[in-house]
Design a protein around this ligand. Structure first.
Ligand code: NI
Length: 316
């Protein structure tokens, strides 16, 4: 009899536990929110898709909530629409499933006017914590974005991973620049494949999305490497030679002299001098009427297509 009573009490307390939780979802339920696509900036006037991944339950109804509807609203399907009042501000978007919640903090950036001048700044070979952080600060200050061609092996350090994630969360585009920066025309096809795939996997694990753009180290490519990359190969039209001069003034002057509407500018976020030139350059270009876009945005706003295995230098 005692045994039956014990069992009854046990059963009753388990029931209580579930009732108190107020939901059928277990404590292990987890919600993770990521961007749906690799292209990153959240801009006023363009819809922005989020994805919620739910683990630990079969229940799937997700409720999306914006923590500040003055800055941005979110639809039932996780589509974010940013408002003018939110420019330069951050907004937290939360997805809830039962009692479990997950969220993402987005920075709202200005609308792009396709009729005005635009430029895509690109930074290669990073991340390197101190210099990449300085560039990120300058970009945030000017509400500008850039594209970072990342070397996978540089994501081995936790600090570098942190700054890369912050950069992506802010709205910069993160692209693939191979795993160890080898000249792809001098290694076997199998090695080329490995160089690109390892970085794809690392970035996907870290950011939740796979990069869509690729830049071959040294700009060295062939029809074979382009095909293996399975992505548009992004080159440049303005070469600052920042790696050679290591001089902030030269980098600044080179860009101010050579920038054109539709340019893609090559720089390296691993050099302090390049980081030191960032804020001045952004202010100078802004004065000349430039809008700062990612490479993906440059082609979208100029209504040009990027094709897998194609190579691209600028938009004329
Ligand atoms: Ni490089």
């Amino acid at each position: 009899m005692k045994k039956i009573l014990k069992l009854f009490i046990l059963f009753f307390s388990i029931e209580m536990l579930f009732c108190c939780s107020g939901s059928k979802t277990s404590a292990a339920t987890k919600v993770t929110v990521t961007r749906k696509e690799a292209t990153a900036p959240v801009r006023v006037g363009t819809d922005f898709a989020l994805r919620a991944k739910v683990t630990g339950t079969k229940e799937k109804p997700i409720r999306w909530v914006s923590r500040n509807e003055k800055y941005a609203i979110v639809s039932k399907k996780g589509i974010v629409r940013a408002k003018r009042a939110g420019i330069g501000k951050t907004v937290r978007i939360v997805a809830a499933c039962g009692n479990a919640k997950g969220g993402i903090t987005l920075t709202i950036l200005p609308k792009i006017n396709p009729k005005k001048k635009m430029i895509a700044l690109t930074y290669d070979d990073g991340p390197r914590y101190s210099s990449t952080r300085k560039i990120l600060r300058a970009l945030k200050q000017e509400k500008a974005v850039a594209t970072f061609f990342t070397v996978g092996s540089n994501t081995a350090s936790a600090k570098n991973r942190k700054i890369l994630k912050q950069s992506f969360d802010y709205g910069n585009e993160i692209a693939n620049h191979t795993q160890s920066h080898k000249n792809l025309t001098r290694i076997t096809s199998a090695e080329v494949r490995r160089e690109i795939r390892t970085t794809d996997r690392r970035l996907q694990k870290l950011l939740g999305v796979k990069p869509t753009l690729f830049r071959p180290p040294y700009g060295a490519m062939s029809a074979v490497t382009r095909k293996i990359s399975a992505k548009p190969n992004i080159m440049w039209s303005v070469d600052t030679l920042d790696w050679k001069t290591r001089n902030a003034n030269s980098t600044y002057r080179c860009i101010m002299r050579n920038a054109k509407d539709g340019s893609i500018v090559l720089m390296h976020d691993i050099h302090d001098a390049t980081a030191n030139a960032a804020l001045r350059m952004l202010k100078g270009l802004k004065k000349k009427g430039y809008q700062f876009v990612t490479v993906d945005e440059l082609y979208r706003y100029k209504r040009k297509k990027l094709h897998v295995a194609g190579s691209y230098f600028c938009v004329k």
